[in-house]
Design a binder for this molecule. Structure first.
Ligand SMILES: Cc1cc2nc3c(=O)[nH]c(=O)nc-3n(C[C@H](O)[C@H](O)[C@H](O)COP(=O)(O)OP(=O)(O)OC[C@H]3O[C@@H](n4cnc5c(N)ncnc54)[C@H](O)[C@@H]3O)c2cc1C
Length: 388
């Protein structure tokens, strides 16, 4: 019998692909009428790229994405370049897989093409899961329009505002972290140095930071500005007014400030996390990706964690066959500590990026003095993680 997957985002598509590789059939139930991604970028670290390549995604990823040379860290107030964490060839050699940056639609299309090319994956769109009964052996699922499907297990990959999580753990609510992310896309030909370089740029200053990197083969620059704010509404694509964003950057150095001020079309979304869940499953239902451990984006790893979850869960479901309880228990014990640590590290980085006064100076000193290779090797635990 098939496994139902709620949600066709990165987590849902990756789960279906990983299950199919292990000979397990699945059915993705996605609420959207069609697959379309927010016009934003996504960075996939070597730990994620290694999984995608291991799944035979090379042909689907060919010609997509860009390979940044480094993470170029600057102080946003002085404009000073603090360090360059080497990526490119160095990351490839160190971790056996590249660090790539994509437009979200590129990654989604690659995953979707891979999933469609596999025989045992069914995909239904316009199916918003409204209720299910996890006590039944063959779990019945009903959509908001009254359509029905059933499957032997149900995997909730339905994101930050997961209905599956709400159903299993009604008291857990996403918490606003006091920051909003603003995004825009700029044409490569319209931006000055260093924003036109093939690198991930990170600019840090009190109460705000800025990230940019090339997508769509370098033709477009993806820009994300993160500010401390009280706007706490749900959703990915609210229009943001430039005049509300720019005051956060008023005391910044001319170069990043001028770059931001030249951009007029902004969309914003508020950032949320949850208290780490004690359990990721109940009966025949388990959670995966943002539904289990929503990502604060400052480590650029939420999507990658969903890939790791999918890879390991599928292996365990294959290994334990009908014994889903053991598979779910093992999945949680292998994944929960790492995902929780990533959530906490990302939160800590958010504080470091926004340091002020003496702490800012001390941070800049530490970053400037560190050898670039050491800056990268500090993340061996993350990018070098072996899931095979
Ligand atoms: C500003 C920002 C930048 C980020 N940058 C990075 C990055 O560089 N690298 C990285 O790895 N991660 C990054 N992330 C995190 C990453 O986007 C998420 O961790 C990832 O999208 C989670 O995937 P998911 O499939 O678990 O959830 P989602 O992507 O949210 O997908 C959930 C899917 O479920 C569907 N759904 C929801 N409810 C229902 C329902 N009731 N019935 C049916 N379908 C439903 C939704 O329509 C959606 O398609 C970033 C996040 C933010 C906010």
């Amino acid at each position: 019998m098939t496994i139902l997957i709620v949600g066709g985002g990165i987590g849902g598509l990756c789960t279906a692909i990983a299950l199919a590789r292990n000979g397990i059939s699945s059915h993705i139930l996605e609420q959207a009428d069609s697959f379309s991604e927010a016009g934003a970028g996504i960075q996939i670290g070597p730990n994620g790229m290694r999984i995608l390549l291991d799944w035979g995604m090379e042909e689907h990823l060919n010609g997509r994405g860009a390979l940044p040379r480094c993470v170029h860290i600057h102080d946003g107030l002085s404009g000073a370049s603090l360090n360059k964490v080497p990526l490119g060839e160095t990351a490839q050699q160190r971790y056996g897989a590249p660090y790539k940056v994509f437009h979200r639609s590129e990654l989604q299309m690659a995953l979707l093409n891979k999933a469609r090319a596999m025989p045992n994956i069914e995909i239904s769109t316009a199916f918003q899961v409204s209720e299910f009964d996890e006590r039944k052996n063959n779990i019945p699922v009903t959509s908001s329009l009254g359509e029905k499907h059933s499957g032997r297990l149900l995997i909730g990959a339905d994101g930050l505002w997961s209905r599956t999580r709400k159903y299993l753990f009604p008291n857990i609510e996403p918490r606003f972290i006091g920051k909003t992310a603003w995004r825009t896309l700029a044409s490569h030909s319209d931006v000055p140095e260093p924003f036109n370089q093939c690198e991930t740029g990170l600019w840090m200053a009190p109460n705000a930071h800025l990230v940019h990197y090339p997508v769509l083969g370098g033709e477009i620059i993806n820009v994300v500005a993160v500010v401390e704010d009280s706007y706490n509404h749900q959703g990915w694509s609210h229009e943001g007014r430039a005049q509300d964003l720019f005051p956060h950057y008023e005391n910044w150095h001319d170069v990043p400030r001028g770059f931001l001020k030249a951009r007029t079309n902004w969309q914003k979304w508020a950032l949320f996390d949850i208290k780490p869940l004690r359990s990721w499953s109940v009966g025949r239902v388990c959670l995966l990706g943002d539904a289990a451990h929503p990502a604060i984006p400052f480590l650029a790893q939420g999507g990658v964690m969903a890939m790791e979850d999918a890879h390991i869960l599928a292996q365990l479901l294959d290994l334990y066959g009908e014994d889903h309880r053991t598979a779910f228990a093992q999945y949680q014990s292998q994944r929960r500590p790492r995902a929780t640590y990533v959530m906490k590290t990302a939160k800590k980085l958010g504080k470091i990026y926004h340091m002020k006064g003496f702490m800012r100076q001390a941070r800049n000193g530490v970053i400037t003095r560190k050898k670039p290779e050491k800056m990268l090797s500090d993340y061996d635990w993350l990018y070098g993680f072996d899931i095979s």
